[in-house]
Design a protein around this ligand. Structure first.
Ligand SMILES: [Zn+2]
Length: 97
C-alpha cells in the first residue's frame, strides 16, 4: 500500500485534471479566473490533446457569441437575417404568419 504524498512528480498540488480543466474552461476563456488557475489550465491544455481540442472549440464558439454581442444585433434583426438566408436556400414559409 502506498500512502505517499503525491509521489508522482508530474503532478504537484497545483496539477489539474481533465474534469477540473473542463469545469473552468468557460471562465478561463472569459478571463474570469485568477492568474494562478489560468496558468494551471494552460499547462493542462499543453499536455492534454483532448482538452486542447475542446478549448479550441469553445474559443471559436465564444468568439462568435462575442462578435454578435459587439455588433449589438437585436433578436428581431437576427431572426430576419436567418429567415432571409433560409429563403435564399429555397425555404418557403409554409406555416404562414
Ligand atoms: Zn485534459
Amino acid at each position: 500500500m502506498n500512502h505517499g504524498h503525491g509521489s508522482d512528480d508530474r503532478t504537484g498540488a497545483a496539477a489539474m485534471d481533465c474534469a477540473g480543466a473542463m469545469d473552468r474552461l468557460f471562465d478561463f476563456l472569459d478571463g474570469e479566473l485568477g492568474p494562478e488557475t489560468e496558468v494551471r489550465i494552460r499547462q493542462h491544455l499543453e499536455k492534454c490533446g483532448h482538452c486542447f481540442d475542446e478549448a479550441g472549440f469553445e474559443r471559436r464558439f465564444l468568439a462568435a457569441v462575442q462578435a454578435a454581442r459587439a455588433a449589438e444585433v437585436c433578436p428581431a434583426t437576427l431572426r430576419a437575417r436567418v429567415r432571409d438566408a433560409l429563403r435564399h436556400a429555397g425555404w418557403t414559409e409554409a406555416a404562414g404568419s
